[in-house]
Design a protein around this ligand. Structure first.
Ligand SMILES: [Cu+2]
Length: 144
């Protein structure tokens, strides 16, 4: 009877012990899987080469000797395409005229009829620009 009790206890102890091992094993597997998922999600995160996420491509057109829209609000990292739909050439330049030092990437040069230039806005701020061939034609890009 005593032997039987001992055996039963021993068997029970073995079962409990092996269950604990199983629980520890499962817990380890869960932790390892969680680490793998975290590493894969970090590595597969998509980012544009410049480091800006979800950058937009926006357009300003030159028509009837004015920029349209006159003022455009964009997000930092966005690219704006300036398209000349006028019959005459225009020259995109940053304010102030004639130093053109406000936001130098805006000094994109002459845009022939039907042509475009693109400017990326990597700095936050309010940037006024003009047509250097006719400085009264102005526009503004606000970068947030
Ligand atoms: Cu100018």
């Amino acid at each position: 009877m005593l032997f039987l009790k001992y055996t039963t206890f021993d068997t029970l102890s073995t079962i409990v012990h092996s269950k604990l091992i199983m629980i520890r094993l499962l817990a380890s597997i869960v932790v390892i899987l969680a680490i793998i998922v975290a590493v894969v999600s970090v590595l597969s995160r998509k980012q544009s080469p410049s480091g800006f996420d979800k950058a937009s491509l926006l357009t300003v057109t030159l028509e009837q000797n004015r920029f349209f829209p006159t003022s455009l609000t964009v997000k930092q990292g966005d690219t704006v395409t300036f398209t000349n739909n006028d019959a005459t050439p225009h020259q995109l330049a940053s304010d102030p005229h004639p130093a053109h030092t406000g936001y130098t990437p805006l000094n994109a040069g002459i845009i022939a009829t039907g042509s475009s230039v693109t400017v990326r806005f990597t700095k936050k701020g309010s940037f006024v620009y003009h047509d250097h061939l006719n400085p009264t034609i102005t526009g503004k890009i606000v970068v947030e």
